[in-house]
Write a protein that binds this ligand. Structure first.
Ligand code: ADP
Length: 482
């Protein structure tokens, strides 16, 4: 029997009321750990602790915040293999992907350690004679964080690091499916020297812990990543709460990858396979619509099928595996449902889509490639969040661009071409937050903004120095020196 891992509230590790079981999707007989679930009262305690800790943390020196964030970064980076293994075991992405994600979390804390030292205000002349005008940024207060299961350490890192950097206090609610990485990250944060109450971990359900954060007047802001459906509820709750909360939402995608006749075929196939299927397609930036012009279409489809045959789908922790399992049974059911929908709609399942048996019982799904799809089909309009992509044929670049933009979403988009003219035109005219040329739609840098348009995102961008828009509020001060 392993111990039930606890929540962290007001500087103490505390038991919960109920338990979340963390199951390895590569081997459902493997229990990764058991985690105490917080209830409403404990969530309220965490909010109260964060509120009490806020004034002192808001006034702390940039040096103190740099030191804490830098310490967190160093510990994450020095333990990236061990933490990457835990992440791959609980979420199902491959070990190299898991280690890469942990390293990313460490880099993000290092970046925001530096940002704590770079928060300098502005001073200018007034339009009225003799007055000074100063602009400064102040922290928001208590920030609630609600995160999804697909990036169990990177997404929490890119919310918690800027929140602490700018002097906010945090109540962190990770996704119930992956509490292991969240717990390990929290332990590291508790060792960084920050005062009690500045950071709190409350594992639990969206309907209890998440809802308490949304309803509570002492939570000033909510940063959310997850589904569109939940995002809408969060937006409503934040607007209806009194006082209203600031909020930012990162939600779904139906990201297009355009492949033009003049693309380098090998590059296009690598970009498409990586974007559509790596991390089991469970990325909001995954390329799920492959929009391919006529002159390269058949060669592209043939090369994709060939490449897919060579991919190994197996236990995420095994060496040489390209694609791990789907995260859980309910996500697998959704993937299979969409594969059936695609066939019923008249798309051709050109490759994959079968359940696979491996040594251990896990949620193994062969990557699925549809061809003969059109952009009105549900498989081209709704986010599936699995290793399923659809090839849509386009007459030419102009039609490919129109299809690319014909979506409710607007997170990431990509084009494979050797033409500067088309690359430049696409970068300017693609209606998405992040545009990639000859690169997968998934895979971003941590020092520049991340986010999208239309139904994909709402509110200020995350990551890079743009993160300060969300985690601070601007004060304009006027002085008449006399
Ligand atoms: P996913 O498909 O990634 O699970 P969800 O939007 O369902 O997307 O979940 C993302 C996060 O939002 C999770 O931490 C989940 O617990 C939380 N959540 C779900 N429903 C609610 C809700 N009604 N209020 C607040 N948080 C919620």
């Amino acid at each position: 029997m392993t111990a039930i891992l606890k929540n962290f509230i007001g500087g103490e590790w505390v038991d919960g009321s109920g338990v979340t079981r963390n199951i390895n999707p590569s081997n459902t007989n493997d229990l990764v750990g058991e985690y105490a679930k917080a209830d409403k009262a404990q969530t309220e305690k965490a909010i109260a602790a964060a509120k009490a800790a806020f004034p002192a943390w808001a006034q702390s020196t940039p040096q103190a915040r740099y030191d804490a964030l830098n310490k967190i970064s160093l510990e994450i980076l020095s333990r990236k293999e061990e933490l990457g293994r835990l992440l791959a075991r609980e979420e199902g992405k491959t070990l190299p992907e898991g280690i890469g994600e942990v390293a990313r979390a460490g880099q993000i804390f290092a970046f925001f350690a530096g940002e704590a030292l770079r928060l300098i205000g502005e001073k200018g002349a007034s339009v009225r004679p003799g007055l000074d005008v100063e602009l400064t940024r102040e922290p928001m207060g208590v920030v609630g964080m609600i995160t999804p299961w697909n990036f169990p350490i990177a997404i929490p890192a890119w919310k918690i690091a800027p929140a602490l950097c700018y002097g906010n206090t945090v109540v962190f609610k990770p996704a119930e499916l992956v509490p292991g990485s969240a717990h390990a990250l929290s332990e590291i944060i508790t060792r960084s020297g920050i005062p009690a109450g500045v950071f709190n971990l409350v594992v639990g359900s969206g309907s209890v812990v998440g809802q308490t954060l949304l309803d509570h007047p002492d939570v000033a802001a909510i940063s959310f990543t997850g589904s569109v459906q939940t995002g809408r509820k969060i937006a409503q709750a934040c607007v209806l709460s009194n006082p209203m909360k600031k909020f930012q939402l990162e939600m779904g995608g139906k990201n297009p990858l355009v492949v033009l006749d003049d693309a380098d075929l090998k590059t296009a196939v690598e970009v498409a396979v990586n974007g559509a299927y790596f991390s089991t397609g469970q990325r909001c930036t995954a390329s799920s619509r492959l929009i391919v012009t006529e002159g390269i279409h058949d060669r592209f489809v043939a090369a994709m099928a060939e490449r897919l045959k060579g991919l190994s789908v197996d236990d995420a922790l095994k060496a040489g595996v390209h694609i791990g399992p789907v995260v859980d049974q309910s996500q697998l059911d959704q993937d299979l449902r969409y594969i059936k929908i695609g066939q019923d709609e008249g798309a051709k399942l050109a490759w994959g889509g079968e359940l696979l048996k491996r040594e251990t019982p896990g949620h193994y799904l062969q990557p699925a490639l549809f061809t003969e799809a059109n952009n009105n089909m549900r498989i081209a309009r709704e986010e599936i969040f699995g290793p399923v992509a659809a090839v849509i044929r386009a007459k030419n670049y102009e039609e490919a661009l129109a299809i690319s933009n014909d979506t409710e979403f607007g997170l990431a988009s990509g084009i494979c071409t050797t033409s500067l003219k088309y690359a430049s035109h696409y970068k300017r005219n693609s209606e998405s937050g992040m545009v990639m040329v000859n690169l997968p739609t998934a895979g971003v840098d941590y020092h520049v903004p991340f986010g999208g348009r239309k139904g994909s995102s709402y509110g200020a961008r995350e990551q890079g120095s743009y993160a300060r828009e969300f985690y601070t509020t601007v004060k304009t001060a006027y002085t008449f020196p006399g």
